[in-house]
Design a protein around this ligand. Sequence first.
Ligand code: AMP
Length: 281
Amino acid sequence: MKVVKTVKEVRDYVNSWKKEGLTVGLVPTMGYLHEGHGSLITKAKEGNDRVVVSIFVNPMQFGPTEDLESYPRDLAKDSKYCEELGADLIFNPEPSEMYADGFCSYVNMDVLTEELCGLSRPVHFKGVCTVVNKLFNIVKPDRAYFGEKDAQQLAIIKRMVIDLNMDLEIIGCPIVREEDGLAKSSRNTYLSAEERKAALILSKSIMAGKKMAEDGERDATKIVAEMKKLIESEPLAKIDYVKIVDSLTMQQVAKIEKPILCAIAVYIGKTRLIDNFSFSL
Ligand code: AMP
């Protein structure tokens, strides 16, 4: 497995693979890898001849008051993990490699980006769509793998691929959780021992909401109200949002009639965590 820093090196590898008729899977990440990322890499390995993992803490998707500087990084550990999982190439560019002087082209999406995380993180999805589009152009993968942990992001990438006629398949992969239910996240490392316990309120409320839907509750506002009540019972938790939206459009629904996404964002101390469940009739 190789670790490369330039677009040219990635292209040289990918072009040589394509000449041999091999298929390529891409797993875009911001690094500090855990088993959630690992599940994507494993899936990519199963479905493709070669696997590229990008590790890039993308400045464009962080707001001015967010955690760009403090975001955890450990390339040596990540490389070892990718190698163990059988990845073929890590692309780990510097920001200047991705955003040259004078950079001013972006991918913007309406509607799907205007709800949920798009409300509290106004520049986030413009940064995500732009960098993912660039990664697709650099790696030219046959398939790209994204986690359902970031369900809005997954819906947005799928929409972007349809809208802009991108010639690849997007594969969504289930949320990987800690044994006690907390969704794995690089940001979990920010939590103190006390906060780590408090963070369980996210997965508890997700399980409670999911059970209500599975038991036949179709009033979205009732499910949201119950989930909020549960989260508010945890003193260290502060709700950013708890919403039920249409799975495709990310627009809020009052009744569950079509496939929905129930998504939450909650601050535990200073750390903002997300979780979700999907439900179809
Ligand atoms: P990140 O490095 O946080 O940007 O995540 C890179 C990719 O890994 C995204 O597609 C995430 O949705 C996915 N991912 C992160 N955490 C998990 C998890 N716990 N389970 C499944 N996928 C995940």
